[in-house]
Write a new protein. Sequence first.
Length: 595
Amino acid sequence: MAPAAGLPSPRWLRWTPAVVVMAVVAVVLGPALRPGYVLTGDQVFVPDQTLLPWMLGLGGGLPRSVPQDAVVALVTGPVPGWVWEKVALLGALSTLGLGVARLLRPAGRRAAVVGAVAAVWSPYVAERLLQGHWSLLLAVAVLPWAVAQADAARRGEVRAASRWVLLVGLASLTVTGGLLVLLVTAPLLLVPGALSRRARVAALVGGVVLQLPWLVPSLVHPVSPAPLGADVFALRSEGWWGSLLTALGTGGLWNAGSVPSSRATVLAPIVTVVLLALAFLGSRGARRVLGTPVLACLGTASALGLAVAVAGSWSATAGVTAWVVAHVPGGGVIRDGQKLLAPWLILLSCLVGLGAARLSRAVHARRGAPAAAAAAGLLAVVPLLGVPDLVWGAQGRLAAVRYPDDWNAVRDVLLRDAAPGDVVSLPWSTFRRFDWNDGRTVLDPAPRFLPRTVVADDRLLVSRGGEVVVVPGDDPRSAAVGEALRTGAPLGPVLRSVGVGWVLVEPTTAGPSAPSPPAGAVLVHRGSTLSLYRLAAPASLPPPPGRPAVLSADASALAVLVTAALVAVAAPRRRARAPGADGARAGARGPERDG
């Protein structure tokens, strides 16, 4: 029974959005929350990850997973990696839903619930989950909270500015995530407000410094003149409805293998159109709920993200995207166009929630409270129809498994044996499909599982338009080994010349078989899933360039995080009034509430 008119709602109803979010997240993840490791796409957690130079961006290829892997290496060990994996997945999805619900709090519970469900149960989240982009999802989840903190800082909350810096730091586990959160929310701190200029500049500088751990290694690494596969990673149309409607629905991941099959059915565009209609209805009250600065910030970022993502998929404009990726420093962050739809995901979810609340109020006026609640419940189901096969870990595709004992045995050998040299991983392929992982495609776990640097294939083979496209890697040692394998040259001398003293063979993966170990290789371990060989002592390699600069960048970022944390805890709670009321939040509470 609904509360009588004019009476406050029961206190427990305040928890409705949070309860719904956690329930939806549990249904989405399902078997992924069981003990064990969800090995899918780029997602590889291991029991105890050793901190190696390449995880800081020293040596090897471009620092694509910096500082993500370094942070994971620091926290695993006493707490096994599978626990941190669950924390990351559960934290990312629940933080995303709760963040959207927080932005919609002034509009009432129904708006918050529908908006949160639309964010969590979305094509964007589904496709990135299956691709294994947990750190990107964590950054996207941080985005609504960073927006709220930047807006609060603009209005004079000193602690909010420090909390914003900490959120940027969390998002900066991955390159794209840090840039997304920084570029989308920083304009809010540039808008004149109650916060002093010194505090605003300090926060913005801190956000930039947090990008140094990946930026400095990328400047040290030589830039490739190739377009880095911009056309391969472009947003992919999911059906006859084209790339624009696909992007508006937040789908379009370049890898068709990580896209739920339901996205190719006619239901996908229908649900997208329904959500866009709800968003249109909700746009009327968006300024009063979100505030003019927040709405302008999210709207501008969404428009730019949609434009860049779609431009990369259209033949008339794809060349421009390829040129930017190849020739503009840092331009590689836009080659995966669908990533840039993150601001649109947040804005669309908010507008859908507001539209659902508006419809619910209309039903309430005509049919009463029970009918209005039922209407809101039905509207909350609409996003689920867009990706119905996301249920229960994408119908088991996100199931957790355990590493065979061979992996720990090989790791122990490499820890105990004093023989020098890095490890080469065979067969020569970037991804693996182990039978013990139910044949799911996953990045080779060896570089993260083993306590030594692993030289592995860093090329990417993508099926596009009925043919396999090879995206070249950027690690010179990997290129040398790959060339030797391609031409049939003696492998032993090449391996020794690039500092490799060990050969790991993973025979249970599907695909091409591993070549025979080089002449003179000594078998150290043979199991049912792994074999390890020791080679003659390899050549000594010079230390990687840029070590002082990279370590200084890491230390600077750490200092920013520590300072921001101290200020967030110790700074006085000060909220100064802006010179002249800007009215950004005027009317945010009251007429938009649905109870």
